[in-house]
Ligand binder design. Structure first.
Ligand SMILES: Nc1ncnc2c1ncn2[C@@H]1O[C@H](COP(=O)(O)OP(=O)(O)OP(=O)(O)O)[C@@H](O)[C@H]1O
Ligand SMILES: [Mg+2]
Length: 627
């Protein structure tokens, strides 16, 4: 079983190499030509050295004088060979380096590009640490053997050349070559097979260790405030320890095989000398030939190792490649359609949900996903504001994700202006509908860049207009560098409410025709929240103000009261709909929820006023307090 899988690794590894050659054939050719030139010169040098010994040194010793002319000729030949060797090494190294780093760069780009194409559901199943190691260490591992591949290919050619020249010299010496070289090759193959499982395990652990590290840094705030440093360190240490052990296992195997691989050619040289001395006495070969062959074995010892290096790297390469390919081949991406909503219709869009069912993919592939939404149907008519209200976990965020097509329904349809969102092009979709998510995300960049996002036609005026609508112009104007202020990683230099309003301004700056607010102003003072919504509704269509229909997930009475209609969801189903007043009167659950929330709000405001009225807390800390 084990040997079967390792043979498998060899075959698959060679396939990965084949792919590399197909992707960079010209550079590979340059490197191989360099390597073959080098190999040819190694063999040539062995024969020149043999010739010098046989034709110059031995006769000189016999006669007691040195033939200057022959010596000069030999020196010139050796010099020429050395120059060609240098050229060969240069070509090989340069080619191999280019090929390896080009492939790495290309695949890093492909992997990260793919991350952006893959749906939210895929990202939820894959940790950030894994994603980081896929784009980094896995890509590197996959193309690591490329560094020595041209050398190894050149060496193979060289070995064939060596065997041929051995046969041309003497069959007995050729037999020694035939025994040693294949043995070297076989030893290398065994080595690589033994290495396979160890390397695969090490590569997997590398990913896990980087995943844990990422999580602890990312959650540094929680780790610190909860006093979990020791446990977190222990969790990291235990996995890092496993990685260490698995790397030591790799090293131990190296320790056994490397000396063997080193020793075999030396044994070959010894055998050549013994057999050669015999043949010399028989008069079958000359001194020059014997020296040439002995020298050949000595100089071949090093290049032959290149084959071993490639074979030893193959398992890790296959492990890395498998992990890279898992990303590149991941399915579930959501292909966009071809349709474009009429750009002239810049008025508010209509959003329609019809009998939408949705379940999140299960954690384990064989389990069925639990249904989160069932028979959800409602409409946000053009220019209207609809509030989505429901207890926690009811499915409000899921509905918001469906509305902007972060996920697709299992059945039923989501339509914008009567067109299924699955039929729209990416540009038409993002140009029409904008989501402001429950958890705001801010890039480590300036305020301006965070809002404009390099979108064409979004200038400073539009940025300010969006900030005004989001009631964020005041605090941005007060920032030391205004729009040019850097907000820190994930906006750590901003308060929770400020961050939320920046992300709202970002959505508004794109002039969406449908605005989906998922609890997007929860950290903002309730009056300000209501003012934002009221501002959006009253001045819709005025210069700088998008004319948008609004779907808003809300809790606060003041906000809900502004909506034209309220949709009340419980357990993934629409339970009731109507105006706020109607629902208060007729739906007990609704009245309870809104009242309970209002009470909590009063308590909360008494404990700590919203950040509009107080100076922001030291960076980072408000995260915990706000949520
Ligand atoms: N990525 C996910 N994978 C699996 N289940 C999920 C995922 N996201 C949400 N759920 C589940 O789907 C249900 C609805 O979640 P959703 O986030 O839509 O609720 P919500 O109404 O927005 O709640 P809240 O008011 O707390 O924001 C919950 O039961 C939740 O556990
Ligand atoms: Mg939610």
């Amino acid at each position: 079983m084990a040997s079967r899988t390792s043979r498998d690794v060899l075959v698959r590894g060679l396939r990965v190499l084949g792919r590399a050659v197909r992707e960079q054939p010209r550079i590979f050719a340059v490197a191989v030509v360099g390597s073959v030139l080098f190999g040819g010169m190694v063999i040539a040098s062995a024969y020149v050295v043999g010739g010098v010994v046989g034709e110059v040194v031995v006769p000189s010793i016999a006669r007691g004088q040195v033939g200057v002319g022959t010596l000069a000729l030999a020196a010139a030949a050796l010099f020429g060979i050395s120059v060609l060797r240098v050229v060969g090494i240069f070509g090989r190294r340069l080619g191999a380096g280019y090929m390896q780093y080009r492939l790495q760069a290309a695949y890093r780009r492909r992997v990260t590009r793919r991350y952006l194409d893959l749906p939210v559901a895929w990202h939820q199943r894959n940790s950030t640490g894994t994603l980081l190691s896929n784009a980094n260490s896995d890509v590197e591992a996959a193309w690591q053997p490329i560094a020595t591949l041209p050398f190894a290919v050149g060496t193979l050619v060289m070995l064939v050349g060596a065997i041929v020249s051995l046969f041309a010299t003497d069959w007995a010496l050729a037999m020694v070559g035939l025994a040693v070289f294949p043995a070297l090759f076989a030893l290398n193959v065994v080595y690589s097979r033994r290495m396979a499982p160890r390397q695969a395990r090490a590569q997997r652990l590398r990913g896990e260790v980087s995943g844990i590290a990422h999580e602890s840094f990312d959650g540094a705030l929680v780790v610190k405030t909860m006093g979990r440093e020791a446990q977190e360190t222990a969790r990291f240490a235990s996995r890092a320890g496993e990685l260490r052990d698995s790397l030591i296992a790799v090293g131990r195997l190296r320790g056994v095989f490397d000396p063997l691989l080193e020793a075999l050619p030396s044994l070959g040289t010894l055998a050549v000398l013994v057999v050669g001395a015999f043949r010399l006495r028989q008069g079958a070969i000359s001194v020059a030939e014997l020296v040439s062959v002995a020298f050949l074995f000595t100089v071949l010892a090093f290049p032959v190792r290149a084959i071993g290096w490639v074979l030893a790297e193959l398992p890790r390469s296959v492990a890395g490649w498998d992990r890279v390919r898992r990303v590149l081949d991941a399915t579930g991406e959501m292909p966009y359609g071809q349709r474009v909503l009429d750009p002239a219709a810049s008025g508010p869009a209509t959003l329609t949900f019809t009998d939408v069912h949705f379940s999140y993919p299960p954690a384990e592939a064989h389990q069925p996903g639990a249904q989160v939404l069932g028979e959800v149907g409602f409409t946000v008519p053009a220019g209207r504001t609809v509030a989505l209200v429901g207890p926690t976990g009811a499915g409000k965020s899921t509905i918001a994700s469906l509305a902007v097509r972060l996920v697709d329904p299992d059945s039923g349809t989501v339509e914008l202006d009567g067109v299924d969102v699955r039929e729209l092009t990416a540009a038409s979709l993002t140009g029409t509908a904008a989501l402001v998510a429950q958890v705001p995300f801010v890039f480590d960049d300036t305020v301006r860049a965070n809002i404009a996002l390099d979108r064409p036609g979004v200038g400073d005026e539009d940025v300010w207009a969006a900030l005004r609508l989001a009631e964020a112009d005041g605090f941005v104007a007060a920032l030391p560098d205004g729009l040019d202020t850097m907000v820190g990683e994930r906006g750590t230099s901003l308060s929770g409410g400020q961050r939320q309003r920046l992300t709202l301004a970002r959505a508004l700056a794109g002039r969406p025709r449908l605005l989906v607010l998922d609890d997007a102003t929860s950290a903002v003072d309730p009056r300000v929240e209501a003012a934002i919504l009221a501002g959006l509704r009253s001045s819709a269509g005025e210069p700088g103000v998008p004319a948008a229909s609004i779907l808003v997930v809300a809790y606060r009475r003041a906000t809900i009261a502004l909506a034209d209609e309220v949709i009340y969801v419980e357990h993934g189903r629409v339970v009731a709909r109507g105006t706020h007043t109607e629902l208060l009167a007729t739906v007990p659950g609704y009245a309870d929820l809104v009242t309970a929330y209002e009470q909590a709000e009063v308590d909360r405001t008494q404990e700590r006023p919203y950040d509009d009225e107080v100076a922001p807390l030291p960076s980072g800390l408000e995260l915990e307090v706000d949520r």
